[in-house]
Each structure stands twice: as C-alpha cells, then as structure tokens.
Ligand binder design. Structure first.
Ligand code: MLT
Length: 264
C-alpha cells in the first residue's frame, strides 16, 4: 500500500520531481526549488517517514523495499493528475529509488538526473553497518546519526567555510524519525545491483557528482555514465556528496541545460 507524501509543489510548466537523500527531507532541495521554479513546476516530496510524511512503526523492523518508495512517488503524481512522463532528479538514496521507479513505471519517466548516487549494491560490510544502525537508532537518537554521517557528506570547501550549511543538515538529520532511518537502512541494504540496468536505459540521463564526493565518487559515477547509452556526465566543483546544497549554481545550471536540450 502506498503512503500519501507531503510535498512542496512550486512553479508552472514542465514538471521536475526531486527525490531527496538519506536521512534528509525535501529541504535539501531548497536552492533548486527557489531557482528552478522560475521556469518549471518543481515537486519535492518528503519520502515515506521523512520530513512531514508518515510511516508505520513496524517498518523499523521490516524495512521498506525501495520499490515501495517509488510507488509512493507515482501515487503522489497520480493524485496531482500528472500522468505523462516527467523528469526526475534522484540524489543518492533518491537515485536508488529512481532506478526502481524507472523499472516499475517506465512510462512515467521522460529523463533522469542521477545526482551523487550509485548503481552498485552494498557490500556485506556496508549491509552490516546499515543493520547495526537500524537496530540501534532508536536508542541512539537521530542526533547521533547526524554525528556519524556529517563529515562524509560535505567536501573540504564546505567543511572549512560553510558551517551554517553543516549545522542545517545536522539539524535536519537530528529531527528525522528513527523509524524512517531504520526502515530506509534495511531497504537500502537489500537493494539490487542496478549496474546491469544501465546499458538498457532508453531515456536521457544526466550524471552529476561533486568532485570531492567520498560516498559516490566521481570515478564510480563516470563509469556509470559510460555504461549508459544516452548520458551526460558533469562534475560539480567545490562540492562533496551534498552538491545540490554546496554548489547550487553549478547544479542548477547543469539541470537546466539538460532539460532544455531534451527532445520535445
Ligand atoms: C544518501 O545520501 O542518501 C546516503 O549516503 C545513501 C546511502 O547511505 O547509501
């Protein structure tokens, strides 16, 4: 069963749907919604359990398969009577969900922007780390998750110069429901390897990566782009994993150029 999603929906014209990362919410897209809504209809949901969208407590134990998050997004578009294909932007976990959305709802996808994300499945070691967090997060509290994650999220330019951005993300993670954290960690741990999908993708794909991203590295994302037939690869300077927040001007420019060049 799908869950209704809270979403911001701003601007007019062609729809761009922005899927946030873990364990964040739609606010990570604030620089994109501000700028891109001048030209497009920008829809940024809170995925199941994150931000203002709800989740059943049992999901902390069962996990949420990534396909279910994708189905929630499509149900939200149905609710808004957006039935034609649209452009999706998936950041990190949002990208993992976008692979699922493409496979389950191919007719809803016009183009994809894959931002600081991966196609590969987890190693056993990463899975173990995710299961540990899923089991412990209720006791730890979400603020501890923020403490564990922050240094990997940002590049050196932000870590030395933009403490406000870092504080903002620490506070978003700190107020995230531990149930959502546990559920998504289990879902991500069980996700399939999407690498075999890449050569079969028949919509345009833009790959964006912060040059200092240590979670989804530029080498890895470059090889994803090389494996995808109709793709473009853009490196975002002065940014780590959180490129949409760390260098929004470069990210917005790359998205606009990509969308403007799409066949009508
Ligand atoms: C994210 O930013 O969504 C996470 O780094 C994804 C992950 O944990 O693999």
């Amino acid at each position: 069963m799908t869950v209704p999603l809270h979403a911001i929906d701003r601007g007019r014209g062609e729809a761009l749907v922005l899927l946030h990362g873990f364990p964040l919410d739609h606010t990570m897209w604030r620089f994109q919604t501000e700028a891109l809504s001048h030209h497009y209809r920008v829809i940024a949901p809170d995925l199941r359990g994150f931000g203002q969208s709800s989740i059943e407590p049992i999901a902390a134990k069962t996990g949420v398969p990534l396909g279910d998050y994708a189905d929630d997004v499509v149900a939200m578009l149905d609710e808004k009577e957006i039935v034609g294909p649209v452009t999706f932007v998936g950041f990190s976990m949002g990208g993992y969900i976008l692979w699922q959305l493409y496979q389950r709802h191919r007719d809803r996808v016009r183009a994809m922007v894959m931002c600081d994300t991966r196609a590969a499945a987890d190693t056993p070691q990463t899975q173990e780390t995710r299961f540990k967090m899923a089991e412990s997060v209720e006791g730890w509290g979400s603020a501890h998750v923020a403490h564990l994650m922050t240094s990997k999220l940002f590049g050196p330019t932000t870590m030395t110069g933009s403490s406000k951005l870092v504080e903002e993300i620490v506070s978003v993670i700190g107020r995230t429901d531990p149930v959502a954290i546990a559920a998504a960690q289990r879902g991500m741990a069980h996700r399939d390897d999407s690498t075999p999908l890449l050569p079969t993708i028949n919509v345009p794909v833009l790959y964006l990566v912060g040059v200092d991203d240590v979670i989804s590295t530029r080498e890895e994302m470059k090889s994803m782009a090389e494996a995808t037939p109709n793709s473009k690869f853009v490196e975002i300077p002065d940014a780590g994993h959180m490129s949409p927040m760390e260098n929004p001007a470069a990210v917005n420019r790359a998205i606009e150029e990509f969308v403007e060049a799409l066949p009508s």
